[in-house]
Design a binder for this molecule. Structure first.
Ligand code: AMP
Length: 187
């Protein structure tokens, strides 16, 4: 089975958890650009060094760097039979580049919808090295300004499925798999 998914969700929407479960269920690699950049950073690679100042302040990296990174990653042999993209695309430019790159090769884009006030509350309970209050606020603002247009682009292409992200992990997972299974079976 080949499944090519894009998963959207504000920081704190439970996207990482759902992506790990979905990748396991559909047997596809979980490609998280945030994880890739954090790995590059800890290795001290050139991309990591370039990414650090952006990540530290919760700002997005330039599209050209990200598009190059994801283009390379999607050409790796493990992504040949599907993938789950987490954290990419994050801008309209990245969304357009992805659809150009893959043609009609995306099965669905899932938006795990959790309202802004709920994720803000959740974020205060979480700690990550790049989770300073300023960085959190910047990431949430970048989502509204830059990522919402990317989501709308998938909506216009009839690829977007919005899923209620409130509730237990299993409940949300059930909602996502129901719509993905449906989408795959009619594809
Ligand atoms: P994440 O773990 O997905 O929240 O990503 C952590 C940080 O990596 C973000 O705050 C950005 O600085 C950077 N980043 C990850 N993915 C992208 C992307 N697609 N475009 C631009 N910057 C990104």
């Amino acid at each position: 089975m080949q499944v090519r998914l894009v998963v959207f969700g504000r920081q704190g929407a439970g996207k990482g958890t759902q992506c790990a479960l979905l990748a396991e269920r559909y047997g596809v690699p979980h490609i998280s650009t945030g994880d890739m950049l954090r790995a590059a950073l800890s290795e001290g690679s050139p991309v990591g060094m370039e990414a650090k100042p952006f990540m530290d302040r919760g700002a997005l990296l330039p599209d050209d760097i990200m598009i190059r990174l994801i283009d390379e990653r999607l050409h790796a042999s493990d992504a040949e039979h599907g993938f789950l993209l987490d954290g990419f695309p994050r801008t309209l430019g990245q969304a357009e580049a992805l659809l150009d790159l893959l043609g009609d090769g995306i099965d669905a884009a899932i938006d795990i919808d959790v309202p802004l006030d709920v994720v803000k509350e959740r974020m205060q309970l979480r700690a990550r090295s790049d989770d300073t209050p300023d960085a959190i606020a910047a990431r949430l603002a970048a989502y509204e300004d830059d990522t919402v247009p990317a989501i709308e682009h998938f909506d216009e292409a009839d690829l977007l499925i919005r899923v209620d992200g409130l509730g237990e992990i299993d409940e949300v997972f059930g909602r996502i798999t129901t719509v993905v299974d449906e989408r795959i079976s009619v594809a």
